[in-house]
Design a protein around this ligand. Structure first.
Ligand SMILES: [Zn+2]
Length: 389
């Protein structure tokens, strides 16, 4: 086993270091590089691994296996050479902010409600934490206020390796049974947890925590949170969305929800009006085609439901087959066909084949869409009518 000195434990802010390549193992998809010392943090404890470079060679993942620290690369590095390692610091510091924020939130929830963090995922977008108990909106609001107040106190984060005797006296959170030297991370007055991840050294570096949502999950809740720079990025995104809504609806940025409600009500009223006007038009169409036998209609811009209602109205009066087509924005046509006591199964099948369509329904009424132009649709029905004679 090759041991590597873990530089991130002595100095979590180490972004660059020199090291000697001890071994380069060829693997299925590249190489595993082993160094005498490294600042690269391996994936573990819910925290993704660091990425970066060893000289010009990209390190795309870092894993710890059987006590060895493996740097995954696509190019080989010769054993014995000295290399300069550079970790992607922006990414690492972001992960430290998220991870430290998660400690503080979990610690405060544990203290206030006794719930455990039973699942944790650091996504590239948001952090999710699963708790084994329910939290309502006001409790979440309270935790959010508390955690940010604690962050702004800028307390120093303590790392310690207590003796087994001392360890028994400390009430600390832990995800699993631990053996050997246990690394205890303490956010004073907020959280004590066994963890080997990377954390900020002062809580103020987290900046801010925002709890985005908490939905029921198993017997508790799944919470989404963000910390640090991600809060600013989220605020910028949401602010930009709100600004666009504000401009389009001529509403103040703090009153966009009310403006959307008014728009929604207006839309509801207009839909009702359109529907009543359509009823009148469809009734007129029905009387226009009364007793005319088979009818093929093309009507612009109808919704599927309107196509269905028009077809139904004309079917009731024409005394034959009624087919209505309406063009979609993508150039295809939606259709409905009906015939009192008719059986349109084979006709629909043939049409779907000839006109690249799909759809179906009851024997006397079908609905669907076809990929064909008006001329092709008319030609198909002309042939059908001629066959009938
Ligand atoms: Zn941790």
């Amino acid at each position: 086993m090759i041991e590597t000195e873990r530089l991130y434990y002595n100095d979590v802010y180490k972004k660059e270091f020199t090291a000697v390549v001890l071994e380069c193992r060829e693997e299925k998809k590249g190489y595993h590089i082993l160094l005498d010392r490294s600042a690269f943090y391996p994936e573990g404890g819910g925290q993704p691994s660091d990425i970066g470079f060893l000289d010009g060679t990209e390190v795309f993942e870092v894993h710890e296996k059987n006590g060895e620290l493996l740097h995954y690369t696509r190019e080989s590095l010769e054993a014995g050479t000295e290399v300069t390692g550079k970790i992607d610091w922006e990414r690492r510091f972001d992960l430290m902010q998220q991870h430290s924020g998660e400690h503080m939130v979990s610690g405060l929830i544990h203290e206030a409600f006794g719930y455990d963090n039973v699942g944790f995922h650091m996504g590239s977008d948001v952090i999710t934490i699963d708790f084994n108990g329910m939290l309502d909106d006001s409790q979440i609001g309270e935790i959010e206020r508390k955690v940010n107040a604690k962050i702004w106190q800028d307390a120093q984060v303590e790392i310690s390796y207590p003796s087994p005797e001392r360890l028994k006296e400390i009430g600390y959170r832990s995800k699993k049974e631990l053996t050997g030297a246990v690394r205890i991370v303490t956010f004073p007055g907020t959280d004590i947890c066994a963890c080997c991840g990377t954390h900020v050294t002062h809580t103020g570096e987290i900046g801010m925590v925002k709890l985005l949502s908490a939905v029921k999950f198993h017997d508790g809740v799944r919470m989404e949170m963000i910390a640090g720079r991600r809060v600013l990025e989220y605020l910028n995104r949401v602010n930009e969305q709100n600004r666009q809504i504000s401009v389009r609806l001529s509403a103040k940025p703090t009153q966009t929800a009310a403006a959307v409600s008014r728009l929604w009500e207006e839309n509801f009223r207009l839909k009702g009006l359109t529907s009543r006007m359509e009823e009148e038009i469809f009734a007129n169409e029905a009387s226009r085609w009364k007793g005319k036998g088979d009818v093929l209609l093309f009507r612009e811009g109808l919704e599927s439901d309107s196509v269905r209602r028009l077809t139904d109205a004309v079917t009731q009066s024409c005394g034959g087959l009624c087919a209505v087509f309406s063009k979609n924005q993508d150039g295809s046509y939606k259709y409905a066909m009906g015939q009192i006591n008719g059986n349109l199964v084979s006709l629909t099948k043939e049409m779907n084949q000839t006109l690249q369509g799909r759809g179906g329904g009851k024997p006397y009424f079908v609905q669907g869409s076809v990929w064909a132009d008006e001329n092709a649709i008319r030609a198909f029905f002309k042939e059908i009518m001629e066959q009938k004679r």
